[in-house]
Design a protein around this ligand. Structure first.
Ligand SMILES: O=P(O)(O)OC[C@H]1O[C@@H](O)[C@H](O)[C@@H](O)[C@@H]1O
Length: 546
C-alpha cells in the first residue's frame, strides 16, 4: 500500500516536491485503541511486516546508525555475527527490565550481497533482535562518509566550512543521500513497530530526519531522540543551509535528550531565533510548544556501567595485564590517553603539551611515559589522515629529542586493543588526559576513575591491604561534555599548549593525599551519580511521553 503521504516522501528523496518545513498539524495525541493502529493514511504496516505479536511485552525500538554487532567472514565467504558487548547501545539494554523486548534497527558494518540479505536479516532478528537496514554501498558512502562525517560532524563540533576547495562546502547531493538513508531507516522502524505501546528511541546526529519520516507515517508514535554529539551554539548552527529542515524534524519527536545543559540551551536558542518558538521551563522540565504538541527537552547524560567495568576488571586476563603493564613502566609515572582517531580529539595538541613539559623540566625526562591509545578512525576523510600523520610525526619528534635506547616518552598504540587490555591500562595509569577540542560527553574519565578504584585482586598484586585509599589524576579539556562533572580534575584549554604543559606538570607534583582526595571525589560521583545517569539514559519511560 502506498499512501498519499508515502508518495510525498518519495518525492522528497528526489530533492523536490516535499517541504520539510511543513509542520504536522496536531492530531489527537490520545491512543484510542490499543494494538494495531487502524488509520490507513498513517499506518504503513501490513501484518507481515510486524515483529512479534501485538500482545507481546513492552517493546523499545532502539535505532542507531550502526547495530551493536561484530562480524567476521570465513574463507568460504560465510558471514557470522556476535553481539558487541562494548557498544554503547548494548550498555543501554542493561537498564531495561528483563520483560522489555529490545529491538535494534541500524546498519551493519559490512556490506551484504542483496542475494544474502533476507537470510541474514532473518538470522539477525531471530538471534539478536536486530533489524539491518542494508543501505546500498554508494548511498552509505554519501550518507555516512559524506554528509555525516564531512559536513554535520565538523559543524556540530564548531568547525565552519571555510575552505572552498576541500569539499567542505554544503553539498545538496550529499544532503539528499542523508534524506534517502533516513527514509530507509524509517522503513525498517515501521517493520519493527508492533503496537501503540512501543517506544522508538532514535540515537544521534546521523538520523535527525527520522522523526519527520516516522511522525508522518505513524502520527501517534512515541518517539524520543537522543543526541550523543554536541549541539553547537546557534551562531554556528544557523550557518547550515538545511537548518530548518533538521530543527523541525527534531521537533517531531516527543522527547529530545541532550548530554549537557549547554547543548539543550543552544537548541532552544535555535528554536527561538530561527523558528520563533517559545518554550516553558519549570522544575527541571523544558517544553516547547510546536503546532499543538509539546516537545520535552531533557538532559540525559550518558554514564558508564560501573558493574560491567568491575566485572572485566576482575578477569584473570585483566589482572595479569595490569601486572605486566606495571612492571613494564616500573619507576615511571604512567600517563594515559585513550581517543578515537578524529580531528577533534586534540591528540597532537596533547603531545605538544608533553613536549613543552619535557623541554621545561629536564628532571622529568626518563621519569614519565605517555601511552596514547588511538582507536582506528571511522571516518575516511583526508582531514583524519592528516591528523594521524601529524600525531605520529610529533610523537616521533618527542621520542627523538627526549628518548634513548631504553626510554620512549611517547608510546602510540594505533590499533584496536581488546577491551580487557584497555581496562588494564586504565587501572595501571597514574594519570589520564582527555584533551579534545570538542566532544559530546567522553566517557574516558569515568571509565578511568572506576578502574583506578581497582578490586581485591589488583590490590593484592600491589601488596595493598583492604583499607588502602586509591588514587587517580585527571586532566580534562574544558570543551568536553563531562568536564563540569569532574571537580577534582585539572581543567585545561586544549588550544593552549602552555596550559596543557602546566597541568601535566602539576599532575606530576601531587601528594598522595591530594591524589586520593581527587580520586574519591570522582569515584563517589561516578558510583552514585554516574549510575544514576546511566539509568536516566534508560529513562525514556512512559512518564516522559504522554
Ligand atoms: O563517528 P560516528 O560513527 O559518526 O559516531 C559518532 C559517535 O561516536 C561515538 O564514539 C561517540 O561516543 C558519540 O558521542 C558519537 O556521537
Amino acid at each position: 500500500m502506498v499512501s498519499k503521504s508515502y508518495s510525498n516522501l518519495l518525492d522528497m528523496t528526489s530533492g523536490d516536491g516535499f517541504d520539510f518545513r511543513q509542520p504536522f498539524k496536531s492530531l489527537p495525541r490520545v491512543v484510542t485503541s490499543p494494538g494495531i493502529i487502524s488509520d490507513p493514511d498513517w499506518d504503513m504496516r501490513s501484518d507481515d511486516d510486524s515483529v512479534g505479536s501485538a500482545s507481546s511485552a513492552e517493546r523499545k525500538i532502539i535505532v542507531a546508525n550502526f547495530l551493536p554487532l561484530n562480524w567476521t567472514r570465513d574463507e568460504a565467504g560465510q558471514l557470522s555475527f556476535s553481539l558487541d558487548d562494548d557498544a554503547l547501545l548494548m550498555q543501554l539494554k542493561h537498564g531495561f527490565s528483563n520483560e522489555t523486548d529490545v529491538v535494534y534497527v541500524g546498519s551493519l558494518k559490512v556490506q551484504v550481497d542483496p542475494s544474502e540479505q533476507d537470510q541474514v536479516a532473518q538470522k539477525l532478528l531471530r538471534e539478536y533482535r536486530c533489524i539491518p537496514t542494508f543501505l546500498p554501498s554508494d548511498l552509505h558512502q554519501q550518507f555516512y562518509h559524506g554528509f555525516c562525517k564531512q559536513q554535520l560532524w565538523p559543524l556540530f563540533h564548531y568547525m565552519l566550512p571555510i575552505c572552498l576547495d576541500k569539499g567542505e562546502l554544503f553539498d545538496r547531493n550529499l544532503f539528499q543521500a542523508y534524506v534517502r538513508a533516513n527514509k530507509l531507516f524509517a522503513d525498517k522502524v515501521m517493520e519493527a513497530i508492533n503496537s501503540d505501546d512501543d517506544y522508538v528511541w532514535v540515537h544521534d546526529y546521523h538520523l535527525m530526519l527520522l522523526p519527520t519520516f516516522l511522525r508522518k507515517r505513524l502520527h501517534r508514535i512515541k518517539l524520543g531522540f537522543f543526541l550523543h554529539s554536541p549541539f553547537p551554539s546557534s551562531e554556528i548552527y544557523r550557518t547550515l543551509p538545511v537548518r530548518d529542515e533538521i530543527l523541525k524534524s527534531l521537533l517531531n519527536a516527543d522527547l529530545i535528550g541532550f548530554q549537557t545543559f549547554d547543548y539543550a540551551r543552544h537548541f532552544l536558542s535555535c528554536c527561538s531565533r530561527l523558528l520563533g518558538l517559545h518554550y516553558e521551563s519549570k522544575r527541571g522540565y523544558i517544553g516547547i510548544e510546536y503546532f499543538g504538541r509539546t516537545v520535552s527537552l531533557k538532559i540525559l547524560s550518558v554514564g558508564v556501567h560501573v558493574g560491567r567495568l568491575e566485572s572485566v576488571l576482575k578477569l584473570p586476563s585483566t589482572v595479569s595485564k595490569v601486572r605486566e603493564i606495571e612492571q613494564r613502566y616500573k619507576g615511571k609515572m604512567l600517563m594515559l590517553g585513550v581517543d578515537d582517531m578524529d580531528i577533534f580529539k586534540g591528540i597532537s595538541l596533547k603531545l605538544l603539551g608533553l613536549e613543552l613539559l619535557l623541554e621545561r623540566n629536564p628532571k622529568l625526562r626518563e621519569k614519565l611515559v605517555l601511552v596514547q591509545i588511538i582507536n582506528p578512525a571511522r571516518s575516511t576523510g583526508k582531514d583524519v589522515q592528516e591528523a594521524i600523520t601529524e600525531a605520529v610525526s610529533v610523537a616521533e619528534r618527542i621520542n627523538r629529542k627526549y628518548g634513548s635506547s631504553s626510554y620512549k616518552p611517547v608510546v602510540l598504540i594505533d590499533h584496536r586493543i581488546p577491551f580487557y587490555e584497555k581496562i588494564a591500562f586504565y587501572a595501571a595509569s597514574d594519570c589520564c588526559i582527555v584533551n579534545a577540542v570538542r566532544d559530546g560527553m567522553n566517557l574516558v574519565p569515568y571509565e578511568y576513575t572506576v578502574c583506578r578504584q581497582g578490586n581485591k585482586e589488583i590490590d593484592k598484586l600491589r601488596g595493598l591491604d583492604k583499607d588502602t585509599r586509591h588514587t587517580s589524576t585527571l586532566i580534562v579539556s574544558e570543551f568536553v561534555g563531562c568536564s563540569p562533572s569532574l571537580s577534582g580534575a585539572f581543567r585545561v584549554n586544549p588550544w593552549s599548549v602552555d596550559d596543557v604543559a602546566d597541568a601535566l606538570c602539576r599532575a606530576t607534583d601531587l601528594t598522595e593525599s591530594e591524589k586520593q582526595l581527587r580520586h574519591e571525589k570522582h569515584y563517589r560521583y561516578e558510583a552514585v551519580f554516574g549510575a544514576l545517569c546511566f539509568f536516566l539514559q534508560q529513562g525514556f519511560q512512559k512518564s516522559n511521553i504522554s
